[in-house]
Design a protein around this ligand. Structure first.
Ligand code: AR6
Length: 216
């Protein structure tokens, strides 16, 4: 249990964020939806959240994009972020020009309620040994960018598990294992949110997290 201060709320809790009940504080809630399915865990004083939903609705200092090496935009998370964030983000991506697989670059967040978008390039799943370390490296680079900018909160999508075909049950332990390894060390981060699109993604991450926490 080294260095772990672990508090776990029931693995599946349904919380309601109703702006009327909250006296019109909707803009201050970190997720703009009527109902949120999430679980939260505290590791070494840092809150690790699993949240089912749309990443562009999450409020965090940095939102991570599932980008491609050309930073050219696309579907899935990439499409949603550029649509919601506006043209400013793409203009900056064009200036940067590209990003290698397993790495990430930072841009402005445009119209999103975040300070930065970190454009991370996960691997296209091939079934080779390289997949895992490239995926891990994409998460690690984003976490390092968060430290560099002294951020307190960031939100990740499940990198590579859409268009890039990485199986959710294989990607989830890599993503969560990398985040947990990072937040066990001294960090500026106070909250890391994994935003999962749909029930099967949420369940895959919930199961992976339960296994990882049981092992530590
Ligand atoms: N919020 C959270 N998660 C989402 C959202 C959303 N709005 N939309 C999709 N997901 P993907 P990749 C989930 O395809 O596999 C693009 O064309 C989705 O269900 O966005 O890394 C890029 O330009 C899946 O679990 O990213 C690249 O070319 C996960 O997010 C390529 O796709 C990642 O799906 C990158 O592929």
């Amino acid at each position: 249990m080294k260095g772990m201060d672990l508090r776990t709320v029931p693995l599946r809790s349904v919380l309601s964020f109703h702006p009327i009940q909250w006296g019109g504080r909707k803009e201050r809630s970190f997720y703009e939806l009527g109902e949120v399915i999430m679980s939260t865990h505290t590791i070494n004083g840092v809150t690790l959240e699993l949240l089912q939903g749309d990443i562009v609705k999450v409020q965090a200092d940095a939102i991570v994009n599932a980008a491609n090496t050309w930073l050219a935009g696309g579907s899935g998370v990439d499409g949603a972020i550029h649509r919601a964030g506006g043209t400013e983000i793409m203009a900056e991506c064009r200036k940067i020009g590209g990003c290698p697989t397993g790495s990430a670059v930072a841009t402005t967040a445009g119209k999103l309620k975040a300070k930065y978008v970190f454009h991370a390039v996960g691997p296209i799943y091939s079934g080779s040994d390289e997949d895992e370390w490239l995926l891990k490296s994409a998460y690690q680079t984003c976490l390092a960018l968060a430290e560099q900018h002294k951020l307190e909160s960031m939100a990740f999508p499940s990198l590579s598990t859409g268009v890039y075909g990485y199986p959710l049950d294989l990607a989830a332990p890599v993503a969560l294992g990398t985040i947990i390894e990072h937040i066990r060390k001294p960090t500026s981060l106070r909250r890391v949110t994994m935003v999962l699109f749909g029930d099967s993604a949420y369940r895959a991450y919930e199961q992976a997290l339960a296994r990882l926490l049981a092992r530590s």
